[in-house]
Design a protein around this ligand. Structure first.
Ligand SMILES: [Fe+2]
Length: 298
């Protein structure tokens, strides 16, 4: 089956699902009229279905290539490697890591936005256009016990201000145009067990991604820190920003002895051209997009 036929078949499924979805909605609704609430629910479901089918389309295209070539190649990984190779060729390489401090004015705004954002749990939501970490149930339970996760969607506006204000430092660290494709935030509670992120690890993202960590509280032995391999744990007043190659450099989070550590984590995708697009986010369990060329489609 060719790509055009697959696209046609998926499009048929989408069209065929609309009446069924509408019927389900009305069957479970308390009234029989299409009021604003029903309309919003229907629109949201159709949008989710559309993105889900888009995702499947990309996955099918990749697995088809796999079968055609008859080799055990991870085409998802390869797509990111090829895309990033052309970014490196055009713009050069990013720095391994880079540190700077947040403007104190932004720090206050960020802390306020952090505190006001909704509390959420890890492992209950996913975005169809993103690769999920697929955290196992037991691991998610431990992570939720050690950390209070926040909804990254509530932080988009404040992150936009941060990106504009610190554009020069970020360009220097990342070395190419880029887009923020995920916003996660959490408060690491003190004296928590050494597990997952607090054990030495690399993040295992596909090529072309970096992370920007915004530490909103002080980094110290009592307040918690982060450590890069072959370096001492970072110590700083509140507002330290660390930009680093999260899948190349071994690192670990260090829980505070007394205080909790509040941070916002931005996932960066380096891009070939400057799309000048707003930051966007998946869910807190997502890593990055399923394919590099989706960077200007979400
Ligand atoms: Fe990590």
């Amino acid at each position: 089956m060719g790509t055009a036929e697959i696209r046609q078949a998926l499009s048929k499924i989408l069209r065929a699902s609309i009446p069924a979805l509408t019927m389900v909605l009305f069957a479970f609704s308390s009234t029989n009229s299409l009021d604003t609430t029903h309309f919003l629910i229907l629109s949201s479901m159709l949008f989710k279905l559309r993105t889900f089918i888009k995702n499947i389309r990309h996955k099918v295209a990749l697995s088809l290539s796999l079968r055609l070539h008859g080799k055990n190649v991870d085409f998802e990984k390869l797509a990111f490697e090829l895309y990033n190779a052309s970014v490196d060729k055009k713009w050069g390489f990013p720095k391994d890591y880079y540190l700077f401090h947040l403007d104190q004015k932004w720090l206050k705004d960020m802390l306020r936005a952090f505190d006001l954002s909704n509390n959420i749990n890890l492992g209950v939501d996913y975005h169809p256009m993103y690769l999920s970490s697929n955290t196992k149930k037991e691991a998610a339970r431990m992570l939720n016990r050690n950390n209070q996760y926040k909804d990254g969607k509530d932080l988009v506006s404040v992150i936009e201000l941060f990106l504009n204000h610190h554009k020069d430092q970020l360009s220097e660290a990342i070395g190419s145009p880029h887009r923020i494709i995920n916003i996660r935030a959490w408060e690491m509670l003190p004296a928590t067990e050494i597990f997952g992120p607090s054990d030495w690890h690399t993040d295992g993202f596909h090529s072309g991604h970096m992370k920007i960590m915004l530490y909103l509280t002080e980094l110290s032995a009592s307040g918690g820190s982060i450590q890069l391999w072959n370096n001492s744990p970072l110590e700083s007043k509140p507002g330290l920003v660390l930009v680093f190659k999260n899948s190349d450099l071994m690192h670990r989070a260090i829980p505070g002895r007394i205080g909790s550590r509040k941070l916002i984590e931005l996932t960066v995708q380096r891009t070939e051209v400057d799309y000048a697009l707003k930051p966007v986010t998946g869910s807190t369990d997502d890593r990055h997009l399923v394919a590099p060329w989706l960077v200007n489609k979400v």
